[in-house]
Design a protein around this ligand. Structure first.
Ligand code: PGA
Length: 265
């Protein structure tokens, strides 16, 4: 929790399988959560092929739309890819560097940095993901790992792009495992990310929102957004249930309502 508006982003991953189910989920989130979306920024990230249908449903609402990936080249002979420039016509957000892209599709920090740069250049807001593997966690190298990943991501980034950037800290061992990180661990690792941002951008670093992700659900979301350096969450599995997602929204809105006036870190 900080002075920034909180953000809850739903990463639907490779779900749902049909257009009807995707539309139903989007309508369910809107129906249950639209009132709260005036207090909490909400972004739904469906698979590419449902972007148009979900965009039509979200039209005229406060809920925004994001893609889960993009390619850095604008156009050309890159079969199967979708460029950041193309996405900019459809949605406001894109996720880059999710650990599943890194582990299943071989994306390196350098590739993620190129995606980030292309997405920022296309005026998209970007949720850039970092996070340590279980062995780095076990050996106490979480903060070092995410600091290094953050450095590569920031690359040549210009100051005026900072407002478009959100960094999601997602420990790989916590994603989809039901084993969420202890809030103290999230706090100390996210502090390392903030420190890198500060070293590079000084006071302007506070413009970047930091999210926690990894087995977040209605029962534990408040414990993360209460952290002084956490501005929201990136949610996978639990975002596929509109009721559960609306409960998370309500929990985040409550934390922020109760915290009005408290100092930010
Ligand atoms: P999870 O996924 O909430 O299912 O752990 C989070 C993510 O992959 O962004």
């Amino acid at each position: 929790m900080s002075h920034q508006r909180p953000l809850l982003a739903a990463n639907w991953k490779l779900n749902p399988v049909t257009a009807e189910a995707a539309a139903e989920l989007a309508r369910g989130v809107l129906g249950r959560g639209e009132r709260l979306s005036t207090e909490v920024d909400v972004v739904l990230c469906p698979p590419y092929c449902w972007l148009l249908g979900v965009a039509e449903i979200l039209h005229d609402s406060h809920v925004e739309l994001g893609a889960q990936n993009c390619y850095w080249e604008r156009s050309g002979a890159y079969t199967g890819e979708v460029s950041a420039a193309m996405l900019a016509g459809w949605c406001q957000w894109v996720i880059v560097g999710h650990s599943e892209r890194r582990s299943h599709f071989g994306e390196t920090d350098e590739m993620v940095a190129r995606k980030l740069a292309a997405a920022l250049e296309s005026d998209l807001n970007v949720i850039a993901c970092v996070g340590e593997q279980a062995d780095d966690f076990d050996s106490g190298r979480s903060a070092d790992t995410v600091a290094r990943q953050t450095d590569v991501l920031l690359g040549e980034m210009e100051l005026h792009r900072l407002r478009q950037l959100v960094i999601a800290y997602e420990p790989v061992w916590a994603i989809g495992s039901g084993r969420s990180a202890e809030p103290e661990h999230a706090y100390s690792t996210m502090r390392a990310i903030r420190q890198r941002l500060r070293e590079r951008f000084d006071q302007a670093a506070t413009e970047v929102r930091l999210l926690y992700g990894g087995s977040v659900k209605a029962a534990n979301v408040a414990a993360y957004v209460e952290l002084p350096n956490c501005d929201g969450c990136l949610i996978g599995g639990a975002s596929l249930d509109a009721l559960e997602f609306s409960r998370m929204l309500a929990a985040v809105a409550e934390v922020y309502a109760g915290a009005a006036g408290r100092a930010a870190e």
